[in-house]
Design a protein around this ligand. Sequence first.
Ligand SMILES: Nc1ncnc2c1ncn2[C@@H]1O[C@H](COP(=O)(O)OP(=O)(O)OP(=O)(O)O)[C@@H](O)[C@H]1O
Ligand SMILES: [Mg+2]
Length: 407
Amino acid sequence: MAKPESFLVSCDIGSSKICVLIGEQNAHGALDVIGKGASPNRGTRKGNIINVDATIDAIKRAAEEAEIMAGVQIARAWVGISGSNVRSFNSRGVVAVAGKDREISRDDVTRVIDAARGVQIPQDHEVVHVVPREFAVDGQDGVGDPTGMVGARLEADVHVVTAPVAVTQNIVTCMNRAGIEVVELVLEQFAAAEAVLTEDEKELGIVLIDIGGGTTEVAVYQRGSIAHTAVIPVGGDHFTNDLAVVLRAPIGDAERIKKKFGSALRSAVEDDEMVEVAMVGGREPKLCPRSTLADILQPRAEELLALIHEDLQRLGVDKEMRSGIVLTGGGSELEGLVEIAEGIFEGPVRRGVPAGVGGLVDVVSRPEWATATGLLLYGHRHKTPRRRSRGITRAATSVSRFFRELF
Ligand SMILES: Nc1ncnc2c1ncn2[C@@H]1O[C@H](COP(=O)(O)OP(=O)(O)OP(=O)(O)O)[C@@H](O)[C@H]1O
Ligand SMILES: [Mg+2]
């Protein structure tokens, strides 16, 4: 058996910044973070790469910083994929059990997963993930692993994630031109979930909301598996833009003001608290009540969270989230957001800070590092990487990986 690599590298190509982490497997088999690099990224919009050269530069800078910190050279990495063009849906497949005595074999399970993923996907898309959710044997639902059971009819529910080939190719091209091979592309929600959710929470039902710069990514877990994923083209940068427009302040200043004084909860801000706001065109800074900032930020926060809530209501899962909601990503750091979310979702809400790694824990224990940390954990869990290939082969390897996890 091939010896598992002891170093793992992750790369989160975010719209605000590119994060690179280097992890090392310790003597106990767990993962220690030994290197971290971050670089502002102007090359993506709404999660999609729009400027290849700018993205390559940012990847190189982040990778170099992490390499210097860890004292190792990066060759390949687990890379996140998301963006407004990624599509996901649930699908069901049915097969007749083939073997004698009608005992379900691994072969039957592979066939039923293939049948479930054999749905029409948009022509210019490729399959990124096929995640088995649960099986049914002769109509009996809720089977985790049907192998060895006896039955005539085997059904599988799977969650399929697809992305335009152009989007995946752009990511691979940028990584390769930065000198790094892509081990595997992983949906960013799946990665963030690895870092901030517990298995118990996924079992009971939970919604993960990752508020990034340009997009907000949602993942719903029920009965231990993924039930729904979505991307909303609104993120923390829209909050900053709102402030910049109303205050007539430069974007950079609006961003600083948001982080330092911003609140999404108007009722928690004193009426007479004043903050200094820089003005565009180098004019004299002016004093502005902090409540004005909350008046701008609260409606934006409510709008974003209400959109997600409506989506969950439409799917009929809003009442089944017994573990509540977890907010993560840099945008979740906005003061008052947890309270606003509690009001909208009428359930428990917490901020998700990455956990499950050792080493330089303090450098990654912020919500904005959830995806990069989760990519490391994902890579660690799926140690034997599959090589990047396209379409059916990728899905097939995904199924074989499912077996590795299962058995
Ligand atoms: N303390 C803070 N308060 C409010 N907002 C914050 C804070 N820190 C970071 N943010 C916001 O978080 C956003 C960036 O988050 P993050 O780093 O998770 O995004 P990203 O992963 O680069 O983007 P995306 O996921 O959309 O591709 C920015 O809009 C930034 O303004
Ligand atoms: Mg992100």
